[in-house]
Design a binder for this molecule. Structure first.
Ligand SMILES: [Zn+2]
Length: 531
């Protein structure tokens, strides 16, 4: 990954089973979980480390474009492509695309098998050059020492090599063609990828998606950044996964800059992604070395990217470029995706819940404060009162009171004990409208058929089901919806029909999962809030 211009100028076995199973080949790997799982299993930490170790070794002297070390890296890559029996995708059917002054892109491809889709192409790339001994223009110092660029970008190259290897061990043929590209000159203003986009070795119009792996070796806290999902409609869903490891998450940031090889594709109007694990203190320093890599994280990033590429290569249709992405930034996001504030309290009191002092004592909620002029105060509730039942139901669980208040139509009856007085029932007319599901959402121009959560009402069914702000919803009871209005109509009809639960297909930070939202009154939660 190159230093942004603005700053300085301003860088082997299972597969036999698969081979014997033509149906799998015909249906495509992504459609066959077992086969995909098997291919993913061939992605190993050991092989990733081997590739990265070779590229980030002092002998390659930091792989400056056109240098001896750079040429050695290019040679290594061409050998790997040959070994994997990929078709040449360089000049004249070879693996190399030389370009002046003395640089070379290394390219190979797996031809698509689907008669309709084989002429469409997915470009999967990573730059193999780095900054050599460093200079004032491209190093964060100290200069004059070998910058091995283990993360930048031996990690990305190793990931792409391992993807080629995993696919090479299957007899699976993608429906679309996959072109693997190792770019040179990325550290010199993206020279290699810019050159290819100007002089593509397959028709540029056939390129439906570009995937760029740059600095994927320093995963922290399981975070993998996927930039560029807004460069086409619905890419985020395509890139989300049901099989992400629990300790990994995808950050679909709106950050998107001219800082790596995804950019020339974007400029050419092609949906283009950057896969990245983030910058760090060794970035463009001699200290960006192999031992600093998170190899387990690199393996996860590689397996994820392989799955995403397989899904894209086999998708019935791929979305086209979305020009609006050109004007969207992280700031736009903060404006558009800003969550909604809390709903106004319906009852207007705070309480502490207790399961009861002694054995046999009934549980209660003691009122700790009242909202001035709130429904509870107006109905005569006082601080210190013990609420022992709501609408005739004992407070067996601590969240029953808030949940019952949320969904009540019009009023609730609270049974309260004041001091040593006899229990008394208080009818409390509630403020606001009933909350039955407890979700607010908004549509996203870049994601038709999805709605993202802008508010989850505490203690609501949605909150108890674990839904959170920014989660994305894609289907209700297994049925997709066209837009936010259709979603609303669907939910309302289910509520009116008295549904006891609703199943939502959601995506949360890249994890696609199905969530059952129980609409009935609850059984568990925590202690202190405003209703
Ligand atoms: Zn770089």
């Amino acid at each position: 990954m190159q230093i942004p211009v603005i700053i300085r100028r301003c860088a082997k076995a299972l597969l036999l089973a698969i081979a014997l199973h033509p149906i799998i080949a015909a249906r495509g790997l992504a459609a066959d979980a077992a086969a995909l799982e098997a291919a993913l299993a061939t992605v190993t930490a050991g092989e990733l480390k081997e590739h990265a170790g070779f590229l980030a070794d002092d002998t390659l002297e930091g792989r400056a474009a056109g240098s001896r070390g750079g040429r050695a890296a290019a040679h290594y890559l061409a050998l790997r492509l040959k070994e994997a029996a990929l078709q040449g995708a360089g000049d004249r059917g070879g693996y190399q695309q030389p370009f002046s002054p003395g640089y070379v892109n290394v390219l190979g491809k797996i031809a698509g098998a689907d008669p309709e889709l084989k002429d469409e192409c997915i470009v999967v790339g990573a730059h193999y050059d780095h900054v050599g001994y460093g200079s004032r223009q491209n190093s964060n110092g100290p200069i004059g020492y070998i910058h091995n660029g283990a993360d930048d970008n031996a990690s990305g190259v190793a990931a792409v090599l391992e993807m080629i290897d995993a696919l090479g061990r299957t007899h699976w043929r993608p429906r679309r063609t996959i072109l693997f590209a190792f770019w040179d000159g990325e550290e010199i203003n993206l020279l290699g990828s810019r050159h290819w986009v100007r002089q593509p070795t397959v028709p540029l119009s056939s390129v439906r998606l570009a995937v760029n792996a740059d600095m994927v070796g320093r995963m922290t806290k399981g975070r993998l950044e996927i930039e560029g999902t807004r460069t086409a409609l619905g890419l985020r869903k395509l890139l989300s996964s049901e099989r992400l490891p629990a300790d990994m998450w995808l950050d679909f940031t709106w950050e998107y800059q001219e800082n790596s090889d995804h950019w020339p594709f974007f400029e050419a109007g092609i949906p283009s992604l950057l896969i990245h694990t983030g910058l760090h203190q060794d970035y463009h320093r001699p200290s960006d070395d192999l031992e600093k890599l998170n190899i387990a994280g690199l393996r996860q990033a590689t397996a994820y990217t392989l799955e995403a590429v397989c899904k894209a290569a086999d998708a019935d249709a791929l979305p086209s470029f979305r020009p609006a992405a050109r004007s969207e930034t992280a700031y736009t996001r903060s404006q558009r995706e800003a969550p909604l504030g809390p709903t106004p309290p319906r009852l207007g009191l705070r309480w502490d819940w207790s399961a009861g002092q002694a054995e046999g004592d009934e549980p209660y909620a003691v009122v700790t404060s009242l909202t001035p002029g709130g429904a509870a105060e107006q109905a005569g509730v006082r601080v210190g009162d013990r609420i022992v039942a709501v609408d005739g139901a004992a407070l067996e669980v601590e969240t029953l009171l808030p949940a019952a208040v949320l969904r009540a139509r019009g009023e609730v009856t609270l049974r309260i004990v004041r001091g040593s007085d006899e229990p008394q029932d208080l009818a409390v007319p509630l403020a606001g409208r009933p909350v039955e599901l407890g979700l607010s959402w908004r549509e996203d121009a870049a994601a038709p058929g999805a709605a993202y959560v802008t508010r989850v009402v505490p203690y609501s069914p949605a909150a108890r089901a674990g839904l959170a702000v920014y989660d994305r919803m894609y289907a209700v009871n297994g049925e997709p919806f066209a837009d936010g209005r259709a979603l609303m109509a669907r939910v309302e009809s289910l509520l009116e029909a008295g549904a006891e639960s609703i199943q939502l297909e959601i995506e949360s930070f890249g994890h696609i999962k199905s969530v059952d939202v129980d609409l009935r009154l609850p059984s568990g939660g925590n202690a202190d809030a405003t209703l």
